[in-house]
Design a protein around this ligand. Structure first.
Ligand SMILES: [Zn+2]
Length: 227
């Protein structure tokens, strides 16, 4: 393809705490817009498996038990963005994690005269999130999902579907753990949110509504940001 006629891949960043439905929404964007979701872990694994230069560098660092530097991650990302399946654009998940990384990403995109199309922040109400996540449990036998507040079984402790009383809760879904996860998340992302706001690419979505409404809001932003 001629470089002059080549459209640059859209670059979107999705920010949202665990439990905000980021994975579901990213898959929707992949299907609807032909974007590719890139998480740092997947990027590293693929580059190591493909034995690219950056992949080899990452492997050596990881084998020494050290953290992969921002420079290596950026090099891996540069290679990945050039691959044909990313032609429409990518959704970055988990990178950048700091404003230093955000600056490195901007520098990478600037090499091809580009910038971030949008950093989309999935906004949640922390107290409501704690209720939502910490109330979840599932039937250990048939897998049916329940919730203390929103979907309690007709007979307490008994599965509506199969009659089992073998209900299971994930240990890390208790209120204290969820609350502390959210605090850590906000501490980590607040500088990034400020960073992208200052560059006028921050978009926010109310992520407490139903999945379809969130998906529609998100699609509208992506459509505008990639137009
Ligand atoms: Zn059941």
């Amino acid at each position: 393809m001629d470089a002059a006629t080549m459209t640059k891949p859209a670059v979107l960043i999705l920010l949202g705490p665990p439990g905000a439905g980021k994975g579901t929404q990213a898959r929707m964007l992949e299907e609807k817009f032909g974007l590719v979701q890139l998480s740092t872990g997947d990027l590293l694994r693929a580059a190591v498996a493909a034995s690219t230069e950056a992949g080899k560098a990452a492997k050596a660092v990881m084998e020494a038990g050290k953290l992969v530097s921002d420079e290596i991650v950026v090099n891996i990302l540069r290679d990945r963005l050039a691959q044909p399946d990313c032609a429409r654009g990518v959704i970055l998940d988990g990178f950048p994690r700091t404003t230093v990384q955000a600056g490195a990403l901007d520098a990478l995109l600037a090499e091809s005269g580009q910038g971030i199309n949008a950093a989309i922040n999935l906004e949640v109400d922390d107290a409501a999130m704690v209720t939502r996540i910490s109330g979840r449990f599932t039937c250990g036998d048939c897998g049916e999902g329940y919730h203390d507040t929103f979907k309690a079984p007709v007979v307490a402790g008994t599965c509506d579907k199969c009659g089992s009383t073998n209900m299971k809760r994930r240990a890390d879904d208790n209120a204290e753990t969820v609350a502390s996860r959210l605090v850590a998340y906000h501490e980590q992302t607040a500088p990034l949110i400020a960073y992208y706001k200052a560059r006028d690419v921050l978009k926010s979505i109310d992520a407490m509504g139903d999945i379809d409404t969130i998906a529609a809001d998100l699609a509208a932003i992506v459509k505008q940001a990639t137009a």
